[in-house]
Design a protein around this ligand. Sequence first.
Ligand code: ZN
Length: 548
Amino acid sequence: MRYLSLLCFSFLVLQLNAQKQVVPVKASSKPKLVVGIVVDQMRWDYVNKFKPFFKSKNGFLHFVNEGATCDNTIIPYVPTVTACGHTCVYTGSVPALHGIAGNMWYDNVKMKQVYCVEDASVQAVGTTNNAAGQMSPVNVWTSTIGDELKLATNFKSKVIGVSLKDRGAIIPAGHAADAAYWYDTKSGNFISSTYYAASLPSWLTNYNNAHHVDSLYSLGWKLSLANSVYENNCDADENVYESTPFGKDAKHMPYDLSSFIGKDYSKIASTPQGNNLVIDIAKQALLNEKMGADSITDLLAVSFSSPDYIGHSFGPNSWETLDGYVKLDEILADFFSFLDKQVGKDNYTVFLTADHAVANIPAYAKKHNLPGENYDDGAVKNDIITCLNANNMNPKLVSFVGEYNIYFNHSLMDSLHISNESMVHLVSSYLEKKPQVLQVVESRKAAIAPLPQMAREKIINGFNAQRGGDLMLLTKSGVVDGFPTGTSHGVLYNYDAHIPFLLVGNGIKHGAINTPTYMTDIAPTITTLLGIQMPSGSIGKPVLEVLK
Ligand SMILES: [Zn+2]
């Protein structure tokens, strides 16, 4: 009997071993440095579309030729905006859990509008413009890749974030970061906050004092390629539906920027030279803070914001967008050679993605008989007020509309004895008659909304109880939350939600993955590569196919 049960036990063990996929453990050196690159507003299709025009094989094409590309990476939530995107990339999580419900939201507990990285408890560092520096990651509720790297190395890893946008630097760097540096459009300085340190490092003060922005302004924005390339591959250079960020008379290439020298430091953000500033700071941080210098992995999080400003103004089919990417490609190629020299060719890993993509300019779409309309939050709010007035109701019953989230004023509803049900019915049935609207969903009941599962999931993932609206307005495809000119992003459709996810370097296999992957998979892929805990709220899966 005893012999029989032993035999059974051995058989069971054999069976279990046969079923288990055993991954052989081999001694491999971890990267000394991980560089995360977010290209703000980069559509997935840009690499393919702009490939013939890249001057180097070592920029974007370095990922394609030697690394891995995940070609069907989708953002699994709404709204597809900058703050949510950067948070998802570095937490593997969604607004429902990580708390960053938008770039801006209405806080249902504090009963006020909140900016994603605002923090009144800290002060600006490196500028007298205190408002630009009172920022920190305190509103993010879950841990980031950098936080987990810090925890895994007894806080010996260095983690630094750099971007023109405060949120593009602060959120990726995480809670336990050594530093985050962002651009102050008033002073033209890269700044920080007392959340990180009481003063800027001397290398950054020296950089700021050199007024590089003025030198870049003096160069202007000239095309990198022959005019014929843009003529043959883009929309016309001058269109009434494009914005004019450099002045109402500056309608086409090349742009003379000399009038902004010493006067207006905001304009650089809407030129490709904004990327030059960011990469300068990234390189300086790496050299001066000795990142990637020892065997303890460091994380450098770089976010290029200029492609977003350029894209908003000129759209994805413009001369400006193509030229911006040709120039960014050169910056990337140069950065790879810098990393080869400073960190060593096999000692680092780089991933590149986007925080969201972008829609065509509605008027451009219409010109080609494609669906395209504008319906911005201001217009939505006005329509709701019209509806409330028509029903002899207080227009203050809706407290905020942002990123298509509609927030009810519950205390006013209570005092006027207006039920939630009647408000939901009134507002949604009114808005659903608008030609731009697909459906208005009661956020808390998104799970039973009559929509495809993908759409329901994106709403559920994007809804945050404390920071979300009562209603989520879904527009039809091609409807843009913007501007009389230019374009925007923020919705669930693939033009906003399909992003690049590219990797290259230490631990990365070569190949193209076409099976569906999600933005939430990026963080667990990187933590798996590093052999560390995945961020606390991560709901993604590591993309094992790209890992050696
Ligand atoms: Zn944007």
